[in-house]
Write a protein that binds this ligand. Structure first.
Ligand SMILES: Cc1ncc(COP(=O)(O)O)c(C=O)c1O
Length: 389
């Protein structure tokens, strides 16, 4: 029997549920677990919405950063026109939760994924990007067979060479084809400059954004000359949110990480005067498990709870005044706390919070977001699209 459509992923209840609403619940959590500072996140959501509105670009934030229906709802309530997702599994989860205006930002390559998209598009507001003529033809045939018209966007590569058509002439040819086939409703173009997002040099990032906008305009003008109007160009990252909209290429922003502002992004000056417009809101709480040495303690967060390829987590809460200590990923399940000064408080049971080095893949490691305000746990949200594909 075919399973009914709907969310594929049901998270198990959090063992911390009993702490919701209890005073001081934040410091009694079973760890390792993810913490979301709701007020910081809400300010980030509001600031980005106001920033985009001020620049006259629509905001379709990337849901791959959070994978959480509750956060998507808040972004939409704040003015976002919909949500970007990275694959068909994420689209299914968010569509089942009633999130409108979903855009899948990677091309669908296999027959199975295309069939799932055609099925989903028959009942939900969902579009996908397309970057090759053979894939487009296969998708069009399926759509015709099912009597569905598919919302799609032409995918243009701006230099990252991950997805998207590279050559301007090829992009114009594919755009003409997509506009001419009645199986498709061509909604515009995706142009994502992923190679710029974490470029540390502000001036290089800015000139990259100007260069990217020029390529976008060449394709838009080339298609206009062929009678194909591209009204929406969707792209951009948190790293270029003060550059790409101003450069005049994109009309719709796909920014994602700004909701959490992870430690890697904090190292990149987003604005010329580096005034940190977004605040860290996502942390991993760990507990001291063991302490047998004066200058070292063992905590319960290791490679399974952070990601080894990124910088070491920074301890930002739970150390006493005067303690200087650093966190190192040590083994699959454990971290090492190297104590330079102080550290008397670092006895078994002590809870510490670490700033997440890189948000997207960290979210994918957990079932729940523990939503805190001050010292209290006020809610627990499911990371609904964790691990879907
Ligand atoms: C296609 C696409 N759009 C938008 C984003 C959002 O970027 P960020 O999370 O850096 O804001 C990403 C992130 O990798 C992406 O792959």
């Amino acid at each position: 029997m075919t399973p009914p459509p709907g969310p594929r992923y049901q998270s198990r209840p959090s063992p911390n549920a009993h702490l919701i609403g209890q005073a001081g619940g934040r410091s009694q959590l079973s760890t390792p677990c993810l913490i979301l500072d709701i007020d910081a996140m809400e300010r980030n959501v509001a600031r980005m919405a106001a920033h985009c509105a001020g620049l006259g670009v629509t905001l379709r934030p990337h849901g791959k950063a959070h994978k959480c229906v509750e956060i998507a709802r808040r972004q939409i309530a704040g003015g976002a026109v919909g949500l970007c997702v990275v694959n068909i599994g994420e689209a299914e989860v968010f569509a089942a939760a009633g999130i409108p205006g979903i855009l899948i930002t990677s091309p669908l390559s296999t027959e199975a994924k295309m069939r799932r998209f055609v099925r989903l598009a028959a009942g939900a507001e969902v579009a996908t990007v397309v970057d090759n003529p053979d894939g487009a033809k296969a998708l069009a045939e399926m759509a015709r067979a099912d009597g569905v018209r598919l919302p799609i966007m032409l995918d243009l590569d701006l230099g990252r060479a991950r997805t998207g058509v590279t050559e301007i002439a090829d992009a114009i040819d594919l755009g003409k084809f997509l506009a001419s086939d009645p199986a498709f409703d061509l909604r515009g173009m995706q142009a994502y400059a992923g190679h710029l997002s974490h470029e540390p040099d502000h001036a290089a990032r800015r000139s990259g954004a100007v260069f990217a906008a020029a390529k976008i305009r060449d394709v838009v003008d080339g298609l206009a000359a062929e009678g194909v109007e591209i009204k929406t160009v969707s792209g951009g990252s948190t790293g270029t949110c003060f550059m790409e909209p101003q450069a005049g290429g994109i009309t719709e922003a796909q920014f994602g990480s700004y909701v959490f502002m992870d430690a890697e992004y904090d190292e990149i000056p987003l604005t010329e005067d580096d005034d940190r417009p977004f605040e860290p809101s996502l942390f991993v709480a760990v507990s001291v498990d063991s302490r047998s040495l004066l200058n070292q303690a063992t905590a319960d967060g290791g490679y399974k709870h952070f990601l080894g390829k990124h910088a070491a987590p920074q301890i930002v809460r739970g150390l006493a005044d005067g303690t200087v200590a650093a966190y190192a990923l040590w083994s699959d399940e454990h971290g090492r706390i190297d104590i330079e000064t102080g550290g008397g408080e670092l006895a078994p049971g002590r809870i510490l919070e670490c700033w997440v080095p890189h948000c997207d893949p960290t979210l994918n490691l957990y079932d729940h977001l523990h939503v805190v305000r001050g010292d209290d746990l006020i809610d627990i949200w499911s990371i609904d699209a964790r691990g879907v594909y």
